[in-house]
Ligand binder design. Structure first.
Ligand code: ZN
Length: 303
């Protein structure tokens, strides 16, 4: 990072400098997905879902940010009940397709509260969870944090009112649960020229340290979170916008999502990376997430 960039970053986020203590990645197990799913293909989706025999293993990650005001999650992972409850996915067609899209490797210890406890955190201390999108592998832990405010984009939330959200892998019965404190948010016009191309922002803590950006493509209401702290490389948690950072950088689209939206969002993220060369892009299913976050911390060399 050049001294010039360091100055600009702190000027633009005057209160953010020391607000973030750590960003950590945790996992609720692993999944195998088809290569066509992860790296894209010209073949029709139904073909590779039913016919592909090539699998690639991917983590099911979520992130914990220690902010001076409290603990914030970015996504909540997968609920191990998906393996033990035969009707976790209520529709028979859904269960049939799930087995052909993912092979899940998750056990009881991968439940959100148990993973946090194993790392000396309490699920009861989570104040806020930002949900990148409503797919079942990102909302699986919300039942373990009933006290937390659950932030989701209003556009993503609107999918629950559209016909058959379960066909988009949005499982209403695991989202609209008693005690869940959902807070659908609208993005506000960006006052930071750096973020203007995204068309709106939402400042989670009001200090510029955790800024949400609309990043549609994987789902229409997907969002990303830009985490900024003094002396750290800025970190962009992108959810499932891409399955690996390198795929986003070389414009390789996955086998799902809206290609036009994905391309437009990829371009905006690459523009941001041009303006912030140290930006560390971290997708939720990237096996390199832990290393990428470690390298973003002060004092680590990225060579
Ligand atoms: Zn996912």
């Amino acid at each position: 990072m050049t001294p010039e960039m360091e100055t600009r970053k702190i000027d633009e986020t005057p209160d953010a400098g020391t607000a973030i203590k750590s960003v950590r990645v945790f996992s609720s197990g692993w999944a195998d997905q088809h290569e066509e799913h992860r790296f894209g293909t010209s073949l029709p989706q139904l073909w590779w879902v039913l016919m592909s025999r090539s699998w690639v293993r991917t983590p099911i990650n979520y992130f914990l940010i220690e902010h001076r005001d409290g603990l914030v999650l970015f996504d909540t992972g997968l609920d191990p009940a998906i393996k033990t409850d035969p009707h976790y996915v209520s529709s028979a067609l859904g269960r049939f397709l799930l087995r052909r899209i993912f092979r899940l490797h998750i056990d009881a210890d991968d439940r959100l509260d148990r993973v946090l406890a194993a790392n000396n955190y309490s699920a009861g201390d989570i104040g806020t969870a930002v949900i990148s999108h409503l797919h079942f592998d990102h909302v699986g832990g919300i039942a373990r944090i009933p006290q937390a405010q659950l932030i989701v984009s209003a556009r993503e939330w609107a999918q629950l009112s559209e016909p058959h959200p379960e066909r988009e892998w949005i499982l209403r019965e695991h989202i609209e649960i008693p005690d869940a404190k959902w807070c659908p948010i609208d993005f506000q016009p960006a006052d930071d020229p750096l973020l203007e191309p995204f068309g709106g922002t939402y400042d989670v803590a009001g200090d510029g340290s955790m800024v949400l950006l609309p990043t549609p493509g994987h789902t229409p209401g997907s969002l990303s979170m830009l985490v900024r702290a003094q002396c750290w490389s800025p970190v962009l948690l992108v959810g499932d916008l891409a399955y690996e950072a390198s795929l986003l950088m070389n414009d390789t689209l996955p086998g799902t999502g809206n290609p036009k939206q994905l391309r437009a969002t990829y371009s905006k993220v690459r523009q941001l990376k041009q303006k912030l060369p140290d930006l560390v892009i971290v997708p939720s299913h990237d096996a390199d997430a832990e290393r990428a976050l470690w390298l973003a911390q002060p004092g680590q060399s990225r060579d």
